[in-house]
Design a protein around this ligand. Structure first.
Ligand code: SAH
Ligand code: SF4
Length: 385
């Protein structure tokens, strides 16, 4: 792409969230800065009130200006935020330097008698997705490009630094991060793993590996790599069907790595890591919600450290399918429980803000992000419910 003078646009400056501690140390040393500045910068960047390099008031003005010249404070240029469920769910469409857009979602679960309050942040790993699942808005839109580690981490930082006007508020306590937004994380494994290490770093956000989940459509070599490199991170596998004929239709990557290979990889992960693997199963009316599918699914998942999560389909516009009725989902869940498989039914959050993977992005495609954008945080705010 060239600008109006025919010049190549400059590469964007590196985003600070991706910079390793040694690289930043080298940069500081070259400027003759003392070593303790490294900790001041890392601490300041990850304070939830920090919105720009200028907010790092513990640094001398010259250093703040130098940081501004050398780095981008965020790899996200601007965000459009919608809230729903009385502020418990919020979704952002983020615009990146080259105009690509990705989505992230914040879900807050207030404390109940049985569990403490928790917050889950759902992030994207790619702009678009090449897997092409026909029920998924991201899959239907096709592949854009891989996200960089900074673009992944900055989605979490977006919610860590609540925009003043959003009413979302600061995520309380520990939060969970799930790679269940746009994209297939294990088709971008190097950058997703690097982003996971950055999120995990105690000098940065310090999100425990056990609070991070990678969801995959079944990239078998990626699952094995995850076991080698990040065995403490949770694995979720999007199964959606228990027979190869049906799964190849719903999750086309099944033609490359069929159910047997995916379930074997998941079992290897569970037994070597000692961690329970979740299977995601989107319930589609009259298609994959039959007693035969339930019986076959129980055969695949019973007797080892697995768990099934049933998700009512959130139909995409023009979808030929609809979600299974509640009674059918409950009958399916009972069949699994009778087969001794732990099962949960996921609540659907934020339907009115198109919260399923890629749906809001699809609705806004080709249009500028709506709303006025706050000049410093780059956030536009619209409240839906
Ligand atoms: N690509 C990865 C992670 C992103 S998708 C994967 O497929 O696992 C995250 C989850 O959202 C997947 O389980 C996916 O199947 C599910 N999903 C996608 N579209 C959906 C829809 N329209 N309704 C309900 N769940 C959907
Ligand atoms: Fe890609 Fe996951 Fe959507 Fe399938 S469900 S198209 S793998 S993002």
């Amino acid at each position: 792409m060239t600008d109006q003078l025919g010049l190549e646009p400059a590469e964007p400056k590196p985003a600070i969230s991706q910079l390793s501690a040694p690289s930043l140390a080298t940069w500081l040393e070259a400027r003759g800065e003392p070593a303790y500045r490294l900790h001041q910068i890392a601490g300041g960047i990850h304070r939830s009130q920090t919105r720009s390099f200028d907010d790092l008031r513990e640094l001398p003005g010259g250093l703040r200006a130098a940081l501004e010249r050398a780095f981008r404070f965020s790899s996200i240029e601007r965000s459009h935020v919608l809230t729903a469920d009385g502020g418990l769910t919020a979704k952002a469409v983020h615009e990146l330097a080259d105009g690509q857009r990705v989505e992230s979602v914040l879900m807050r679960y207030p404390a109940t008698r049985r569990s403490a309050a928790r917050t889950t942040i759902c992030i994207s790993s790619q702009a678009g997705c090449a897997v092409g699942c026909p029920f998924c808005a991201t899959g239907q839109a096709g592949f854009g490009r891989q996200l960089t580690p900074a673009e992944i981490v900055d989605q979490v930082l977006h919610w860590h630094r609540p925009p003043g006007t959003s009413g979302v508020g600061e995520p309380r306590g520990h939060y969970n991060v799930v790679f269940m937004g746009m994209g297939e994380p294990l088709n971008n494994a190097d950058r997703v793993f690097e982003a996971t290490r950055l999120l995990n770093d105690p000098a940065r956000l310090g999100i425990g590996a056990r609070h991070i989940t990678i969801s995959t459509s079944g990239v078998v070599p990626g699952i094995d790599r995850m076991l080698d490199e990040l065995p403490q991170v949770n694995l979720a596998v999007s199964l959606h069907a228990a027979t190869d004929a049906l799964r190849s239709e719903l999750v086309p990557i099944n033609r490359r790595w069929p159910i047997g290979a995916v379930v074997d990889a998941a079992r290897r992960f569970a037994s070597a890591s000692g961690r329970r693997v979740s299977f995601e199963y989107v319930m589609i009316d009259g298609l994959n919600d039959t007693p035969e599918q339930a019986a076959q699914l129980a055969r695949l998942t019973a007797g080892w450290m697995s768990h099934v999560n049933l998700i009512p389909l959130n139909p995409t516009p023009g979808s030929r399918w609809s979600g299974s009725p509640r009674t059918v989902i409950e009958r399916f869940a009972r069949a699994l429980r009778d087969g001794r498989v732990p099962v949960t039914i996921r609540d659907t959050r934020g339907r009115e803000i198109e919260a399923a993977c890629g749906q809001l992005h699809a609705q806004l495609a080709g249009r500028p992000l709506p709303g006025r954008h706050d000049a410093t945080s780059g956030v536009a705010q619209v409240t839906v419910a």
